[in-house]
Design a protein around this ligand. Structure first.
Ligand code: 2BA
Length: 109
């Protein structure tokens, strides 16, 4: 059994959960925040049997789109003024950042 931890954009989260549930996957949805953009994203926990692992990964890949976002850069020193000046930079976010863990034990009480 595997535990899939998928960090996805909020815009894709509902459709992804629906698609996974329709295919019989159990899903837990967490509201999370990205460390770099400091804006909301969604983390899904999906426990899957090894036989259904590839199907789950295919759904995540199909649903989650990458998008460009504007972020403030890490601040820089503004020359002789001593001021800190953030400037906008474009970053490409997602589709999905996925971690896969092998599950030692799965118990429901
Ligand atoms: P954030 O940390 O808010 O990052 C959003 C996007 O900003 C990233 O997209 C990446 O394109 C860019 N970015 C992140 N750190 C950067 C940096 N130091 N310099 C320049 N650009 C940077 P993704 O890579 O698709 O990541 C989307 C979200 O997935 C992240 O949101 C974070 O919540 C999570 N994530 C990504 N890699 C992770 C990791 N190794 N461990 C835990 N969470 C991760």
């Amino acid at each position: 059994m595997k535990l899939i931890i998928a960090i996805v954009q909020d815009e894709d989260a509902s459709r992804l959960v629906s698609n996974l549930m329709n295919e019989g996957y159990g899903v837990t949805k967490l509201a999370t925040t990205g460390g770099f953009l400091k804006s909301g994203n969604t983390t899904l926990l999906v426990g899957v049997d090894d036989t259904k692992f590839d199907g789950c990964m295919s759904i995540i890949e199909k649903v989650c789109k990458s998008r460009k976002q504007i972020a403030s850069s890490p601040v820089t020193m503004g020359g002789s003024t001593g001021m800190y000046t953030p400037y906008p930079i474009e970053v490409t976010v997602g589709g999905a950042t996925v971690f896969v863990l092998t599950v030692d034990q799965f118990v429901k009480y």
